[in-house]
Design a protein around this ligand. Structure first.
Ligand code: UDP
Ligand code: MG
Length: 186
């Protein structure tokens, strides 16, 4: 079974994914974390990834899909939760073409921009993109590219919207309800 989580920067995908892993035993695969790891390794893509993240743009699909595939192949789990990917139709199409598979379900964390900005600017994780200038760019990219992806999964009946405003536990209660639903159909 394969799931995906989408939502803007700071909408709580990572936090909720950790809870999902603890509770439902999925393997968590954060596209952003994989790119940051690749960035600090001595990979040929290192400086390109750094520049792209700093500018809030999207890393070419071929690179991200390669990292995700490497991770999918290395685990023995068959239940994957891909966090923060696909971010664009181009990402989605590349992933589906290369892996020949689609997610069984997609969680979308809906969060107002003001709240996302507040969370990102106060989380202090030392990320080069958690500053107001990059955050504005990330939100623009999100707004421009996310909707078609979400629409695509909605039309397939795979999209589950979560209200991302609330305490971690309040948000997780909604996530739990979605899992109760998807575990009966997959
Ligand atoms: N990123 C990307 N492709 C992906 C995932 C992440 O290019 O599939 C880059 C992009 O520049 C993004 C940054 O990594 O702004 C951080 O992504 P992450 O999901 O870690 O953070 P979020 O913006 O969702 O808080
Ligand atoms: Mg994240």
């Amino acid at each position: 079974m394969q799931g995906e989580t989408r939502g803007g920067p700071g909408s709580g995908k990572g936090t909720q994914c950790e809870k999902i892993v603890e509770t439902f035993g999925f393997k968590h695969l954060s596209a952003g974390d994989l790119l940051r790891k690749e960035m600090v390794s001595d990979s040929e893509y290192g400086s390109m990834i750094l520049d792209t993240i700093r500018e809030g743009r999207i890393v070419p699909s071929a690179v991200t899909v390669k990292l995700i595939l490497r991770e999918l192949a290395s685990g023995d789990s068959h239940k994957f939760l891909i966090d923060g990917f696909p971010r664009s139709e181009e990402n989605r199409i590349a992933f589906e073409r290369i892996t020949g598979s689609e997610p069984n379900f997609v969680l979308f964390f809906e969060c107002p921009e003001k709240e996302m900005v507040k969370r990102v600017l106060s989380r202090n994780q030392g990320r080069i993109d958690d500053n107001i200038d990059t955050m504005k760019k990330r939100l623009k990219v999100f707004e421009a590219l996310n909707l078609p992806v979400v629409d695509y999964y909605a039309k397939k009946g795979k999209l589950h919207k979560i209200n991302a405003v609330g305490t971690e536990d309040e948000v997780f209660e909604q996530v739990r309800r979605v899992f109760a639903q998807v575990s009966t159909v997959t």
